[in-house]
Design a protein around this ligand. Structure first.
Ligand code: TYD
Length: 136
């Protein structure tokens, strides 16, 4: 999928003097059926995450605390996004290589995923990913 399909979603929320609650429901704005939730935390200073692409998996990535940078690459075009607010989610389509870096101290990266964990869904070798995108 082209990296241009990646987009920042505004997560609906309710804010009042007590604080905020943000919510995602099917189609509003979740663009896929939710099959899995996971989160990254305790990422140490200078460490990177990601370094792979998925064949079919679509995701929404949210910085529920702190901030980090995501670099996306569809084999032709690249785009980078800074996530630094819990009311923003980045939609990442299938067949998109991602590298994540610049995690702030205490950052929590919540991922909403369209499929369960399947190692067969990963490209972990960048050149294999590129070969696949160029043969499509
Ligand atoms: P990985 O997706 O490579 O991490 P990241 O993208 O955050 O850098 O996941 C690291 C390991 O964790 C992977 O080898 C298998 C395991 N894992 C699961 O078992 N289930 C999951 O849902 C996820 C995301 C990872």
């Amino acid at each position: 999928m082209p990296v241009s399909d990646a987009k920042i979603l505004d997560i609906p929320r309710h804010e009042d003097t007590r604080g905020s609650v943000a919510f995602l429901e099917q189609d509003a704005p979740l663009p896929f059926t939710l099959e899995r939730v996971y989160y990254l935390y305790g990422v140490r200073d200078g460490q990177t995450r990601g370094g792979h692409a998925h064949k079919k998996l679509e995701q929404i990535i949210i910085a529920v605390s702190g901030s980090f940078t995501i670099h996306l690459d569809d084999g032709r075009e690249k785009a980078s996004f800074v996530l630094n607010h819990p009311s923003k989610g980045l939609y990442v389509p299938a067949m998109t290589w991602r590298d994540m870096e610049g995690f702030s101290d205490g950052a929590v990266c919540l991922v909403l995923a369209s499929r369960r964990y399947e190692e067969e869904d990963y490209y972990r070798d960048y050149n294999s990913f590129l070969d696949q995108t160029r043969s499509q």
